[in-house]
Write a protein that binds this ligand. Structure first.
Ligand SMILES: [Zn+2]
Ligand SMILES: [Zn+2]
Length: 388
C-alpha cells in the first residue's frame, strides 16, 4: 500500500488505541482484535473485512519508520481539514504534491494540484455537514435443509440468522437519547476526505464519521453509538417447486438494513436437500431401481413402479429384458416452472436366496432344458481370439 492511502485511514481508531500508544499497547490491542476477528473462528459478516483492516493498521503502526511517516501524512492532512473552518468548502493551503512529495513545486504557476480548487468541484462550494449518499445494506448468506418431498413440491421455510437491526433505544441515531451530534473532526463535516490517485484528488468517505459529517456527543449505551445492534432474525423464504440441492435463493431486500434509509441488502439462502431412500435426482429426472424376478424379465411382466407423489404406475417389462435396462416414464420426474422431467426406472433381476420345493424343481427342469445354452461361449471365444 502507498502513503496515498493513509490520508483517509485512521489506523489508531481501527486498533482502538490512542495516538501516543506504546508499541506494547499496539501489540496488545492488535492481538485481542486479531483473535476476535480471525476468519477461522469468526464467521459473522464483516469480520473478515475488519480483520484485514486491523492487520493493515498493525503492519503500518508496528514499524517505527512507517508509523512516523504515517503520522506525518496524517498531520498534514489534518491541518488541511481544520483550516477550512465553519463547514464552508476549501482545504486551503494544502497541496497534494507537498503531502506526498510528488515532484515538488517549480514555483508559482506550477501544475501542482491545490486541494482548495479541487474541492470546489467536488463539493460544489462546500455543504455544511454535507454527507455522501447513504450506503446500501450488506448481503447475508444463510442456509436451510429441506426434505426431498419439500424440494419437489416447493415449500416455505423460516430461516434464522444473525443480522444487524436498527437500535430501538436511539432509533438508529447512535446518540444517547436527549443528546446531539457535532461536526466530525476527521473531515470538518464534509463527510469526505481526499487522497491523491495518480495526480488526481479523489474524494473518499471519511472513516471517522463514515460519511455522515457528524460524530456523536454521547454514544447510545445499547448500541455503543453504532445505531444498529446484532439480533437473531427469522425470515420466511419461499422455495420454488423443484428447487435443487445446493441452490442459492436470493431474497431481495431481506439482508442487512441500509444506513440512514438506504435500501437493505439481499439475503441468500443456500438450500440443502436431504437424500431420499427411494428416488435419486439427476437434473429434473428421477431415478428408481426396480427389482424384478428372473421369470418376469425372461417372460415379460407388468410391474408396479413407485411414484414420487405417492402411488404407483404400471410398467410393461417386455419379454427378454436384461437386468440393468432403464425404462423412461415421461413427465413423471421433477416438475418445475419450466417443465417436467421423466421417471427413469432401472430393472434389476434379483436371485432368490431360498427356494421352495416346487420352484426348485422348476429351476432344475430349466437347467436341464438350458444345458446347451452357454451364456459365456461368446466371451470365451472373444478372449481366445484376442490372446492368440
Ligand atoms: Zn442505540
Ligand atoms: Zn468525518
Amino acid at each position: 500500500m502507498s502513503a496515498r492511502d493513509w490520508l483517509d485511514k485512521d489506523f489508531y481508531a481501527v486498533l482502538g488505541v490512542a495516538k501516543d500508544a506504546t508499541p506494547a499497547q499496539l501489540k496488545k490491542a492488535y492481538r485481542a482484535l486479531a483473535r476476535e476477528l480471525h476468519p477461522d473462528t469468526n464467521a459473522s459478516p464483516g469480520a473478515e473485512e475488519r480483520f484485514k483492516e486491523v492487520s493493515e493498521a498493525y503492519d503500518v503502526l508496528s514499524d517505527a519508520t512507517t508509523r512516523a511517516e504515517y503520522d506525518e501524512v496524517r498531520t498534514y492532512a489534518g491541518a488541511g481539514r481544520y483550516a477550512q473552518g465553519g463547514g464552508s468548502g476549501g482545504f486551503s493551503g494544502v497541496n497534494l504534491d507537498d503531502l506526498f512529495g510528488g515532484g515538488g513545486r517549480a514555483g508559482a504557476g506550477s501544475a501542482g494540484f491545490d486541494l482548495g480548487d479541487l474541492l470546489g468541484g467536488y463539493f460544489g462550494g462546500g455543504r455544511p455537514g454535507g454527507a455522501k449518499a447513504a450506503r446500501r445494506g450488506g448481503d447475508i448468506d444463510t442456509e436451510t435443509t429441506i426434505s426431498f418431498d419439500d424440494a419437489l413440491q416447493g415449500t416455505t421455510v423460516g430461516v434464522t440468522f444473525a443480522s444487524d437491526v436498527t437500535c430501538e433505544a436511539c432509533h438508529g441515531t447512535g446518540a444517547r437519547p436527549g443528546t446531539g451530534r457535532h461536526r466530525c473532526p476527521g473531515c470538518g463535516g464534509q463527510g469526505q476526505v481526499l487522497h491523491n490517485a495518480g495526480g488526481f484528488a479523489v474524494a473518499e468517505t471519511c472513516p471517522t464519521c463514515r460519511g455522515t459529517g457528524e460524530v456523536i456527543e454521547d454514544p447510545c449505551g445499547v448500541c455503543r453509538g453504532a445505531g444498529r445492534v446484532r439480533r437473531s432474525r427469522t425470515v420466511r423464504a419461499r422455495l420454488p417447486a423443484g428447487v435443487r440441492n445446493n441452490a442459492r435463493i436470493r431474497l431481495r431486500g431481506k439482508g442487512q438494513p441500509g444506513e440512514r434509509g438506504a435500501p437493505a441488502g439481499d439475503l441468500f439462502v443456500r438450500v440443502h436437500v436431504r437424500p431420499d431412500p427411494v428416488f435419486r435426482r439427476e437434473g429434473d429426472d428421477l431415478c428408481v431401481t426396480v427389482p424384478v424376478r428372473y421369470d418376469e424379465a425372461a417372460l415379460g411382466a407388468s410391474v408396479e413402479v413407485p411414484l414420487p407423489a405417492g402411488g404407483t404406475v404400471t410398467l410393461r417389462v417386455p419379454e427378454g429384458t436384461q437386468s440393468g435396462r432403464t425404462f423412461r416414464v415421461r413427465g413423471r420426474g421433477v416438475h418445475t416452472a419450466s417443465g417436467a422431467g421423466d421417471l427413469l426406472a432401472t430393472v434389476e433381476v434379483v436371485v432368490p436366496q431360498r427356494l421352495t420345493g416346487a420352484a426348485r424343481r422348476a429351476l432344475d427342469d430349466l437347467r436341464a432344458a438350458s444345458a446347451m445354452d452357454d451364456p459365456r461361449a461368446d466371451l470365451l471365444a472373444r478372449n481366445a481370439r484376442t490372446r492368440t
